[in-house]
Design a protein around this ligand. Structure first.
Ligand code: LUB
Length: 219
């Protein structure tokens, strides 16, 4: 029978697990592989990691890893894509909190810093972006999404009269993203991210001086 004539679904062999269970397990396995790859990329960088390293981290065979991802480049792309799934979720959560816009920008920066400190996918995604010239695949375009989220909130802040008339939300958005990007990189290299959330407070205070500090912190 020609390949095109093959039925799409085969009846499960006697004694085999129902399709849904197998699919759930496959999804879980794929997530485990992605998470192991993120750990390896975050800690050692794309060039140093092999598919065998990823397999060993998961306790699976190399074949099992290759079943889910064709090569190391595919893993890098998948980790980077997951990074850009997670960043907007932070914005979504902050928006749901319904804070005044300037406060929301501060909260977004703060939570993003905590995510860079705690989330391996995010750490790996950021590292892969700076290593992108060493990766023979197209990664998602960096910075645009985050810049847009911040600029949008700053635009709302301006409309609400929370920012000085001279403040251009697009310019301040770019400045904040550049500052954040540099800050998280420096914190990683110099302090293994231990000071990430304190350093982000400095950015917030310097760039958004109109934010009222809690009374006990005001000097
Ligand atoms: C974020 C990185 C690292 C920006 O693409 C991106 O949005 C980002 C990629 O290099 O940090 C967060 C300010």
């Amino acid at each position: 029978m020609k390949a095109a004539d093959k039925p799409l679904r085969r009846a499960p062999a006697k004694g085999s697990k129902p399709r849904e269970l197998k699919q759930e397990r496959a999804v879980r396995t794929r997530e485990q592989v992605l998470s192991a790859a993120a750990t390896a990329f975050a800690e050692r960088g794309f060039p140093a990691v092999t598919m065998l390293d990823v397999a060993e981290l998961t306790g699976m065979t190399k074949g099992a890893v290759y079943f889910h991802y064709a090569n190391k480049e595919a893993l890098a792309v998948a980790v980077a894509e997951e990074f850009y799934q997670r960043l907007p979720l932070i914005t979504e959560k902050v928006r749901k909190a319904g804070l005044p816009p300037v406060q929301a920008v501060a909260e977004l920066l703060h939570r993003t810093a905590a995510a860079f400190r705690d989330d391996t996918i995010i750490q790996a995604g950021a590292r892969l972006q700076i290593e992108s010239s060493l990766i023979d695949a197209t990664l998602p375009r960096p910075f645009d999404g985050f810049t847009e989220s911040i600029t949008e909130l700053l635009g709302e802040a301006k409309e609400a009269g929370e920012l000085p008339a001279s403040c251009n939300p697009e310019v301040l958005g770019r400045v904040l993203v550049a500052a954040f990007f540099g800050m998280q990189h420096i914190s990683w290299r110099l302090n293994n991210r231990a000071d990430l959330t304190t350093r982000v407070e400095e950015i917030i205070e310097a760039a958004l001086p109109q934010i009222k500090k809690p009374a006990h912190e005001a000097s």
